[in-house]
Design a protein around this ligand. Structure first.
Ligand SMILES: [Zn+2]
Length: 191
């Protein structure tokens, strides 16, 4: 099964996962739009379809393990791992820093793909890549369901997203929504 970009975005729209308003993203930037991927991924068949499509784009990298940042990356990471027939582990924040816990480990030179749900600035994907490298693994690629178009060029491994959704982001000091006096909302999960 193949999923083209417009089908992916349609799925987000259909379940109300493409929100409009005034949001403070995890990166600190403000935006008029927010993608709540958990509303898509709560449906196992949707999650499985996204995971399979992403796995198709990443299969040639020959990864042996999927690594995702908690919480947002766990469900899609699991589905990519299922489609590739490899294990899926996650890194989580302790005092603000991402790390491997729960007995998860990576071997020296182990080929890893890093998977997230939505990439905005690419910051947490880059941080997750560093977790893998610090453990001695070799990061062979990265992927996400949606690329919000704000900074994936700073990811230094091959990167694939199922869809690109360009939603403008603003520095808080120059945010037109703030200037208009519209209250800002922090969504309930990582952007
Ligand atoms: Zn604002």
């Amino acid at each position: 099964m193949t999923l083209d970009a417009s089908t992916v975005v349609d799925r987000f729209r259909r379940v109300g996962a493409l929100l409009e308003g005034h949001f403070r993203l995890t990166s600190g930037l403000h935006s008029a739009g927010y993608l709540q991927s958990a509303l898509v991924l709560q449906h196992p068949r949707e999650a499985e379809a996204c995971g399979a499509a992403l796995a198709d784009r990443l299969r040639d990298f020959g990864a042996r393990t999927v690594l995702s940042p908690a919480l947002g990356g766990i469900v899609i990471g699991q589905e990519v791992g299922r489609a590739l027939g490899i294990r899926a582990i996650f890194a989580e924040r302790v005092d603000g820093a991402l790390m491997l816990r729960r007995g998860f480990s990576l071997e020296p030179g182990e080929p890893v793909v890093v998977i997230e749900d939505v990439v905005t600035t690419g910051g947490s994907t880059r941080e997750t890549i560093e977790v893998a490298r610090a453990a001695g693994a070799r990061v062979v690629g990265a992927g996400a369901i949606i690329d919000r178009g704000g900074g994936v060029q700073q990811i230094d491994v091959p990167f694939h997203a199922l869809a690109k959704v360009t939603l403008p982001t603003y520095e808080p000091a120059s945010c037109p929504l703030c200037l208009a006096g519209q209250p800002v909302v922090k969504p309930g999960s990582r952007a």
